[in-house]
Every structure is written in C-alpha cells, then in structure tokens.
Design a protein. Structure first.
Length: 179
C-alpha cells in the first residue's frame, strides 16, 4: 500500500498508542493532532499533552497542538449539561473535536482523518464513525473508521502506556463526566 498521510485526533496518550502503531503498520504517514477543549481543567490538559508529547517522540510522529480554549466546548454543548454519559452531549463533543480535526486536515492538505477515541471501551464505535463520516462529507474528506479495540487493541494501548510510564486518567476529561 502506498504511504498515505493521515491526521489522527488524539484525546490522550493512553488511547493513541496502539492506533499510532497500527496505522503506521498499515502504511499510513501519521500526524497526531491534539485538540481537546473538552478537558475540565488546564492542569488536566497539560498532563495529557505532556504524555502525548512523550508518546509521539517515542514513535517518531509529528504532533500538532492546539491551545486549550475550554469555552469553545462549553458553548458547543450548552443545554446538554445534564445529559447522561454516552448521550447527546457526548455526540456533540465527538462532533466538535472531529470538526476541528477535519478543519486542520483541510488546512494541511490531508484528505484522511480519524480519532483515537475509538479505542476506548467507554465510547460507542458506531456513533463515532457516524459522526466522523458526516463530518468528513461536510469537509470533503474521508474518515477512517477502524475499530482499534479489535485484536486486543485496548490491552495493547494500555501496555504501551505502562511501558512508557504515561499519565493515566480515569475519565474522558470533561467536567460533566467527572461529576
């Protein structure tokens, strides 16, 4: 397979370790995009960013970082604050982060994008792919919907994060999930 450029949205280093490995094995030229305005505090943002920097350096992949601007997320999910975890607020959060990723891909001339959120056992693969495909069509790009959980992907990504001693969190990052 020819080497194809791909922009991988990364929510955290734990989730992106195995996807980076698999995508590189599949012949993709991976650039990681860290854009996560949904995190509840700047401290959480910085911890996850430092872990992502360590991971990307380890795998020799480029990392593009957006500044932390939580008001973008808060405005985007306004009115959905009391939705249950995994509900409409989460779908809006996926949409926001995938739109930001698609905009960056378009800016960089990259036609293919995906997200490491897919690997989480707490995220719905079909919902993420549906949002990704819709966003892809809107931006004239292709969303690559690979279920990174298959073939023990979540176990493999956890192993990578433990080997590299990366920061490990126990929630998606948003204030609503934390409470």
């Amino acid at each position: 397979m020819e080497n194809k450029k791909l922009l991988l949205h990364a929510c955290c280093a734990i989730c992106s370790g195995y996807p980076i490995t698999l995508l590189k094995e599949m012949g993709y030229d991976v650039t990681v995009y860290f854009c996560n305005n949904n995190f509840d505090t700047e401290e959480e943002y910085k911890k996850r960013l430092e872990a992502e920097k360590t991971l990307c350096k380890h795998f020799g992949v480029e990392l593009i970082v957006e500044p932390y601007t939580p008001q973008i997320f808060l405005d985007y999910v306004k009115g959905l604050e009391n939705e249950p975890e995994g509900g409409a607020r989460c779908i809006k959060c996926f949409e926001l982060r995938l739109k930001e990723t698609a905009e960056k891909a378009k800016e960089l001339g990259i036609n293919l994008f995906t997200t490491s959120m897919i690997i989480s056992p707490h995220k719905n693969f079909k919902n993420l792919c549906m949002v990704g495909e819709t966003v892809g069509k809107e931006y004239g790009l292709k969303f690559l919907g690979i279920d990174f959980k298959k073939k023990d992907g979540f176990l493999k990504t956890n192993k990578i994060s433990k080997e590299l001693n990366l920061y490990r969190q126990n929630y998606c990052g948003c204030i609503y999930a934390k409470r």
